[in-house]
Ligand binder design. Structure first.
Ligand code: FMN
Length: 157
């Protein structure tokens, strides 16, 4: 085991696929964040639930993914772009942990809006970390895309 952790939340699996590709190519440990109440798989209902949580700054309780991060030095943090920002379970993870001295690498999947505010939101919650350039992808990512990016930030196996 190396000291790389890949943490993500994903509702429709796009971010999960990207996270898995990063884990395979870095040899890091994959960790899925699961909130105590999941969102609807029906878009309009999910949109209402998410808008409501984001507007209140609500951070759901995590039933999985809240284990210690002490063993890890580099943490890839992934989220779908939800209304230009992080999915609330990812904000829960950021608020639960102290990232002082760690290296943080954001990643996201989106429907056209790229990172939106996601990279900024992560940087704001991790003021004492080194933040490396992340990757934002739509739909399915090619493994070459991930390889090139990991090479650039020097995290390729
Ligand atoms: C509630 C909700 C809000 C979304 N808001 C945005 C958005 O503001 N900008 C964007 O580019 N995509 C948006 N999307 C599209 C998702 O970011 C995209 O489908 C993503 O790949 C989903 O990741 P997942 O499969 O890991 O859940 C939204 C999707 C949902 C369900």
């Amino acid at each position: 085991m190396n000291n790389i952790l890949i943490v993500y939340y994903s509702l429709f699996h796009n971010t999960a696929n990207l996270a898995l590709e990063i884990a395979v190519q870095t040899g890091g440990t994959l960790r899925e964040l699961i909130p105590d109440t999941n969102y609807s798989f029906e878009y309009n209902t999910a949109a209402k639930e998410v808008r409501n949580q984001i507007s209140r700054g609500f951070c759901p309780k995590l039933i999985s993914g809240n284990e210690s991060i002490d063993d890890y030095q580099a943490i890839f943090i992934g989220s779908p772009n939800w209304f230009k920002t992080l999915a609330p379970p990812v904000m829960s993870f950021l608020r639960l942990n102290d990232f002082t001295g760690k290296t943080i690498i954001p990643f996201c999947t989106h429907g056209g809006g790229g990172f939106g505010q996601i990279a900024n939101d992560i940087a704001k919650e991790c003021p004492k970390s080194k933040i490396l350039p992340g990757i934002a992808v739509t739909g399915t990512v090619t493994s070459e895309e991930v390889t090139n990016w990991l090479k650039m930030i020097e995290y390729e196996l």
